[in-house]
Design a protein around this ligand. Structure first.
Ligand SMILES: [Zn+2]
Length: 86
């Protein structure tokens, strides 16, 4: 069994290739500045050695903080949930 790798976005369970930080929608929600630094700090194979660099851990923590404080745009909830019981 291969180890599942999930998107690093808080609460996201989507599987992504180990070399990617997260799924596309969440990755592109990150500020470009953070994305650039994640790539800059990424070392090929770090997901195998489980020993990412300090620089990677630092920017990963920033991404985590960003996700934690990010408030997604509210979409109107579907009316079907409030359908009368009739
Ligand atoms: Zn995600």
């Amino acid at each position: 069994m291969s180890e599942a790798h999930n998107c690093h976005w808080l609460g996201c369970q989507r599987h992504v290739p180990p070399k990617l930080w997260g799924c596309a929608p969440h990755w592109f929600t990150l500020p470009k500045d953070i994305r650039d630094r994640i790539w800059a700090a990424y070392v090929p194979g770090q997901e195998l050695t489980k020993a990412p660099s300090d620089a990677y851990l630092a920017v990963a923590r920033e991404a985590h903080e960003f996700a934690r404080s990010h408030v997604p745009a509210k979409r109107p909830s579907p009316a079907s949930h409030q359908a009368p019981l009739f």
